[in-house]
Design a protein around this ligand. Structure first.
Ligand SMILES: Nc1ncnc2c1ncn2[C@@H]1O[C@H](COP(=O)(O)OP(=O)(O)OP(=O)(O)O)[C@@H](O)[C@H]1O
Ligand SMILES: [Mg+2]
Length: 365
């Protein structure tokens, strides 16, 4: 059992942002849907940021507000919500914050893998008790989805497309009938108002096309795009790196805006296959250079600087991370990276010289 909440490596959103959530609930002026803790408008303020009385609500998801509005509205209808997109586009992040705002509980999660079974979606038994006393409420172990139905709240289903199709199919009847039958107890559990599912899936690994048409129809699909422009992506990365560094108690200063802009520029150019000004083509590496990857690269550089450097992130610290992010396992990625260094970075002049030199030194090692 965990002893100290402050020692948890990562706390759920409803604990981290409890102050903002409480303030929004207290100040509520609009209708609150059954089973929700706040109105859809307040959920939007919580996710996209704004003011609640004197309190600033920090933006959690940075991007198209319309997408968030669509996501929230879906959850008041009888369709479930499916967030899809490239890796690292904040699907899990948005799903967690939506559940935190709507229910104050983002922890009813099924983590989808190839090994997920139907029991993890429905229920299973405490077998010792089952043998001793037979099927009973006490020996029933409810899945997160079961608990969400019973309590009229939101369950999250991560990486739904990784699950075998039989397992996905178990969701079809559950989502259309909104009842879960437990034949062993001769009973059926009706979903209470407020029940819904937020599923996430990334489009790189196993496509959403593999989902059956019947299941897809029960979801409203919202596609989360990569950040539209350099400024947006820089602001996402700056904000999250600051939060992460504080959370992980990393002992070094956050890289300045210029360094973050450089990293994001490199990521965007390699991702798009051309320089930002559109003048030069560049080759794209095999891995995904997502916003999330840029965030962890910078967090790693801070850790390097804090532990083995002088506490300020140097070009050398960033170069180590960059090489690891761009070159996954492929020989080809090394060629892509060398091309980029020689054809793009080298020609950028004095402001890029330090980073270019550090990166070249790493490649040469
Ligand atoms: N538009 C954005 N607004 C705010 N944060 C973002 C945005 N895009 C990415 N992030 C940040 O990226 C990180 C990773 O996001 P997350 O884990 O939710 O990605 P994901 O889409 O679920 O990826 P995967 O497909 O690999 O599971 C989070 O820390 C999140 O804050
Ligand atoms: Mg995810």
């Amino acid at each position: 059992m965990p002893k100290d909440k402050n020692n948890e490596l990562r706390q759920p959103a409803e604990i981290l942002f409890a102050e903002e959530l409480d303030a929004l609930i207290k100040a509520e002026k609009h209708d609150v849907p059954a089973g929700w803790r706040m109105s859809p408008r307040s959920v939007l303020t919580y996710i996209c940021g704004g003011k609640c009385g004197k309190l600033d609500i920090t933006p959690k998801y940075i991007g198209h507000q319309r997408l968030v509005e669509i996501a929230i509205s879906t959850l008041v209808t009888d369709r479930a919500l499916l967030l899809i997109g490239e890796p690292g586009t904040a699907k899990s992040w948005l799903s967690e914050h939506l559940a935190a705002a709507i229910n104050g509980d983002s922890t009813k999660v099924v983590q989808g893998t190839a090994g997920t079974t139907e029991e993890q979606i429905r229920y299973t038994w405490n077998y010792a008790m089952l043998i001793a006393r037979g099927p009973s409420n006490e020996s029933l172990i409810k899945s997160p989805i079961f608990r969400a139905m019973e309590s009229g709240s939101i369950a999250r289903f991560e990486e739904i497309t990784r699950c075998a199709s039989e397992v996905q199919d178990a969701l079809i009847s559950l989502l259309s009938e909104k009842r879960l039958s437990v034949p062993e107890l001769v009973t059926e559990v009706p979903a209470q108002r407020g029940f819904s599912i937020i599923a996430t899936a990334n489009t790189r690994d196993r496509g959403v096309n593999d989902m059956s048409a019947a299941l897809k129809r029960r979801f409203n699909i919202v596609v989360l795009p990569a950040p539209a422009d350099l400024e947006t992506e820089v602001s996402i990365v700056t904000k999250r790196v600051g939060e992460l560094a504080a959370n992980l108690q990393l002992k070094a200063t956050i890289p300045d805006q210029e360094a973050i802009t450089k990293v994001v520029t490199i990521f965007r150019e390699l991702r798009a296959g051309q320089t930002l000004d559109g003048k030069n083509k560049v080759k794209t590496p095999s891995g995904v250079l997502s916003t999330a990857e840029a965030i962890s690269l910078l967090a790693n550089s801070i850790a390097l600087a804090g532990n083995f450097g002088d506490g300020t992130v140097s070009d050398h610290d960033i170069a180590s991370g960059l090489q690891g992010a761009v070159i996954k396992d492929d020989e080809k990625d090394l060629i892509v990276w060398k091309d980029y260094l020689g054809n793009v970075m080298k020609k950028r002049g004095a402001t890029w010289r330090g980073l270019y030199t550090a990166c070249s030194a790493h490649v040469g090692e």
